[in-house]
Design a binder for this molecule. Structure first.
Ligand SMILES: Nc1ncnc2c1ncn2[C@@H]1O[C@H](COP(=O)(O)OP(=O)(O)OP(=O)(O)O)[C@@H](O)[C@H]1O
Ligand SMILES: O=c1ccn([C@@H]2O[C@H](COP(=O)(O)O)[C@@H](O)[C@H]2O)c(=O)[nH]1
Length: 250
């Protein structure tokens, strides 16, 4: 991303975005917390941003709450603006956006409004039977963790979110992990993906380090004329001294 992106936020930083998708309960939040800890990303959960919006007394609060209870998706303009605002308020340049884009409309709106291409999409793959078990025992007081809404969320995931995964798959941007294993095992696979991504970062830093000899070379270039003049002067003084000595002898 360049300085013109993020709706004009003046910055020289190359903003990096990783989308994190997977079925409801696939462990997106759980794994994002580990990625933050190990790789220094800032994590935004689209669902959490919407839940915070409902609590903030926003004009959209009740509408968002009703849609969430039904497992339906909130309008793209609302969620994209919330994500963009959160990114603009952050000092970090690496973001995990969890649970987004939920449909093609979300993806296109993000592209248009935020103007950033994700580095890749981390996809947590897990069978529905396991997801259902996890959601029903999550116990975090979420209004949408009941069997009726869970079924609706699964349907939205299959019909609207999987096409987004296919879109990025066709562009070689999907990194898929088996999320049906233990959290630590899932993270081992994720670690490998992010380590090679960080590797690219190290590449950038190496370029910066390699730029240093160029600086010293330009310093030498700058001093070269002075060195030449001093050498010529020294040579002349030596020549005069020698010729004087010769005259004395003769
Ligand atoms: N690999 C795992 N194995 C078993 N349980 C897990 C695993 N990962 C997460 N969990 C548990 O499953 C539940 C759902 O996890 P989490 O909240 O991270 O999923 P999520 O994908 O963010 O869900 P949602 O899409 O509903 O926000 C939590 O209770 C969590 O502790
Ligand atoms: O981009 C988004 C993300 C979420 N929603 C709504 O929120 C709930 C819960 O999302 P979680 O990611 O499971 O926390 C989801 O079912 C949608 O109703 C959304 O509309 N758009």
């Amino acid at each position: 991303m360049d300085s013109k992106a993020m709706n004009g936020k003046p910055s020289n930083k190359k903003i990096k975005v990783v989308f994190v998708l997977g079925g409801p309960g696939s462990g997106k939040g759980t794994q994002c917390a580990k990625i933050v800890e190990h790789f220094g990303f800032t994590h935004f959960s689209a669902g959490d941003l919407l839940r915070a919006e409902t609590k903030s007394g926003s004009e959209y609060g009740t509408m968002i709450q009703n849609l969430m209870k039904e497992g339906k998706l909130v309008d793209s303009s609302i969620i994209v603006r919330l994500i963009q605002k959160a990114m603009l308020e952050s000092e970090n340049d690496k973001f995990l956006i969890d649970g987004f884009p939920r449909n093609e409309e979300n993806r296109i709106a993000f592209e248009k409004i935020v103007n950033i291409e994700p580095e890749f999409l981390l996809f947590l793959d897990c069978p529905e039977s396991e997801l259902e078990k996890r959601l029903l025992s999550r116990n975090q007081g979420r209004e949408d963790d009941n069997i009726e809404t869970i079924k609706k969320r699964f349907k939205v995931f299959m019909e609207s979110t999987l096409p987004v995964v296919s879109y990025y798959e066709q562009r070689g941007k999907v990194r898929k992990v088996n999320a049906a294993k233990l959290p630590e095992e899932v993270f081992e696979d994720i670690k490998a993906i992010f380590s090679s991504f960080q590797g690219n970062d190290i590449g950038y830093r190496q370029i910066a380090i390699e730029a240093k000899p160029e600086r010293s070379a330009s310093l030498i270039k700058c001093w070269l004329p002075f060195l030449c003049i001093i050498s010529i002067l020294l040579f002349l003084i030596l020549f005069l001294l020698m010729s004087r000595t010769c005259t004395v002898f003769l």
